[in-house]
Design a protein around this ligand. Structure first.
Ligand code: WTA
Length: 648
């Protein structure tokens, strides 16, 4: 297979950005960010135009990030109202349900305005005001988009909790954000099964203030308990609410949302994104990375519970007046052709998914793809982890038929939008490389140990970013000190991504994966510390250490070393029970794939667990463990190797 893939001449001719324009715009974005972003900041509508553009410092102790700080706007008006005159009757959202027998829906911009306004009025009637927090715990249904936009309309701050998270995880986020209300549904159908969201919410709310309101979408009609005075039938209230809700004026730096994500230590972090810079960045990346043109149908398969769904199902596309597809289901239900069936049914033009989904479908054979007409596709995207060559090749050959550029987009919850990505008309692709930085992004490769900036083009180290870009997170909710500590303390003066990377002789970036204790399971971030703390909360467990290991479909699997309490028998039943336990504590995405009983864990004399060794054993690569002379009890390592669970 060749190592470089340029887009076709025809694609380049129609692209928003070609290579000359990329070079010119990139240089301008770095040499004079105020002028560059001052211009591009006008892509959205401002109530009061900004006069200041960038105001940011990464200096430890004083980290402060502001963009367009004196401008005011409303994000929902940007995503809806400003399109009404021109495209009131155009489809804003195509909703494709879990069950293909249920009809899909086409929601026009005018309908989106009505529904969002109705929901905003219901929130207001419940006493939700500007700056209040609202938790959204919903399936992938249109109400999820209405809820986000309704919050934005009244200046409330939403925090979406992925519907796969447990009641405990939900309660933590309700309490952590100090939310006044939770918007949920009776249950969430996915792949023919149902998650009882309302029951989960009832359990979570037992651990929260009794003032928290619960707004329930009756989606499946499943019976749920009803607490009068607290629970509100959202669709019924919306039906009688006014369709008129003037958008609230907010400052560019007022928070738009909080999104909890895993870090290397402690509880999940509440990443805060604000209104102006985030929207400019999400909309610009959606348009340019995917080369989105008016009239195209754009499909990002993520869930709105993750940042990808925020930026590329809702805010980016809708700010651009796009048609965005929202899918409730999974790639393999009712069969492994579902993604392609949906692409054909709705004539999708840009399709954006994760390598883990591609690998899972690849295993089912090509007949599932060949059955469907994919001629509408113009471009494919990948996100969440590095895409391995086999998956890239399959995606390119069988889905893109060799004629669709594949954009590999590297970014993070913290970055708001794409950071390193090819622009399809400008940057030829190398499979497995996220290629080059987006406008305004200054990546640097630093030596992990010495923190020295690598000045040669070909280099390897950790990936840091030198200066701010508009979509950057501003703080961690209620904990600015942790924000500085987590992202700016390791390499002074830089934002540290937590990822390792290599830059090749052509200046292409290759992400090599996390260098901290975050693992990437099916494209979802998981802190090993979170899984450990769930495990040790079980009465049979004395100690636990969790690491990632290579997994064919998921990218990384979860490998747990567990030391049991004295006298507890290690049995297969206990293993199953622990898996169930972790699912209940965090959610199914955190289920350990392998649990090894560990009579002891390798520790330094000062009691620090040597994860490097545990990772090696989990990877079945125990031949070269490196220096283990600092271990308190080197013999525990022999036992761990002897009883290792991954022998692949
Ligand atoms: C990883 C998801 C390689 C990376 C948008 C990052 C990637 C973490 C890519 C963020 C990619 C994401 N190539 N690695 N194209 N995209 N990652 O916050 O390790 O859920 O730090 O954001 O995913 O995950 P998060």
């Amino acid at each position: 297979m060749p190592d470089i893939y340029p887009a076709s001449d025809e694609f380049v001719a129609n692209a928003h950005v070609d290579s000359a324009k990329y070079e010119e715009m990139y240089a301008a974005s770095i040499s004079d960010p105020d002028t560059f972003w001052g211009e591009h900041g006008k892509r959205i509508d401002w109530i009061k135009p900004f006069t200041k553009v960038k105001n940011a410092t990464f200096e430890l102790g004083k980290v402060d990030i502001k963009w367009f700080e004196d401008g005011t706007l409303n994000v929902s008006a940007n995503c809806i109202d400003r399109h009404i005159a021109k495209r009131g009757d155009q489809t804003a959202i195509i909703w494709e349900p879990d069950d293909p027998k249920t009809p899909s829906q086409h929601i026009t911009y005018r309908e989106l305005l009505e529904n969002t306004s109705r929901m905003a009025n219901v929130l207001k009637a419940q006493g939700i005001e500007k700056g209040d927090r609202v938790i959204i715990y919903l399936p992938m249904i249109p109400e999820a988009a209405y809820a986000m936009l309704a919050c934005a309309r009244i200046g409330a701050i939403h925090s979406i909790v992925f519907a796969g998270f447990s009641p405990d995880a939900l309660a933590d986020r309700i309490n952590g954000s100090g939310a006044k209300a939770v918007i949920t549904a009776d249950s969430a159908p996915r792949g023919g099964r149902r998650t009882p969201l309302k029951t989960n919410t009832d359990k979570a709310l037992q651990h929260c203030s009794d003032k928290v309101k619960c707004l329930v979408v009756k989606h499946t009609g499943d019976q749920t308990t009803w607490v009068s005075g607290r629970d509100i039938d959202l669709r019924a209230e919306m039906a009688s609410a006014s369709t008129d809700c003037p958008p609230t004026e907010v400052g560019a730096e007022d928070p738009l949302f909080i999104l909890y994500t895993s870090g290397s230590t402690g509880k999940p972090k509440g990443v805060v994104h604000t209104s102006g810079g985030y929207l400019v960045y999400a909309s610009m990346t959606q348009q340019m990375t995917f080369d989105y043109h008016d009239g195209d149908v754009f499909w990002c398969t993520a869930d709105v519970g993750w940042v990808t769904g925020h930026s590329y199902i809702v805010y980016g596309p809708l700010a651009n007046g796009a048609t965005t597809l929202m899918f409730e289901g999974v790639p393999t239900y009712p069969d492994a052709g579902r993604f392609w069936e949906v692409c054909a049914k709705h004539k999708v033009n840009q399709f954006y998914t994760a390598p883990t989904a591609i690998r899972a479908l690849m295993g089912q054979g090509t007949e599932w793809v060949e059955k469907h007409d994919l001629s509408s596709l113009k471009l494919l995207g990948s996100v969440g982890e590095p895409i391995n060559p086999e998956a890239w090749n399959w995606y390119n050959t069988h889905v893109g038929k060799g004629r669709c550029p594949i954009v590999d987009t590297f970014w993070q919850t913290e970055t708001g939008g794409h950071m390193i990505t090819s622009l399809p008309g400008a940057i030829p692709n190398k499979p497995g490389s996220a290629t080059k930085p987006f406008f305004g992004v200054q990546p640097e490769v630093l030596d992990a140990a010495t923190a020295e900036v690598q000045t040669r083009t070909a280099a390897e180290g950790v990936l840091c970013i030198k200066d701010s870009w508009p979509g950057q997170m501003r703080t961690l909710w209620g904990d600015h000190a942790r924000f500085e500590e987590a992202y700016f303390s390791q390499y002074k003066g830089y934002y540290f991504t937590g990822d390792g990377c290599r830059r090749d002789e052509d200046g292409y970036y290759w992400i090599t994966g996390r260098v901290d204790d975050v693992i990437n399971v099916s494209g979802h971030r998981m802190g090993t510390a979170e899984v450990e703390s769930a495990l040790v909360a079980h009465e049979a467990v004395a100690e636990a250490a969790v690491v990632g290991y290579p997994h064919d479909i998921k990218g990384q699997g979860i490998y747990a070393y567990v030391t049991l309490m004295n006298g507890v028998e290690p049995t297969d039943d206990l293993r199953k029970e622990l898996v169930k336990w972790v699912r209940a504590e965090i959610g199914p995405i955190a289920s350990p794939d392998l649990i090894q009983w560990a009579p002891g864990l390798p520790k330094t004399r000062s009691g620090k667990i040597m994860r490097r060794i545990l990772r090696k054993i989990a990877e079945n690569d125990y031949g070269a463990l490196g220096d283990i002379s600092t271990l308190a009890e080197p013999a525990v390592v022999d036992d761990l190797i002897e009883n290792r669970m991954n022998r692949a």
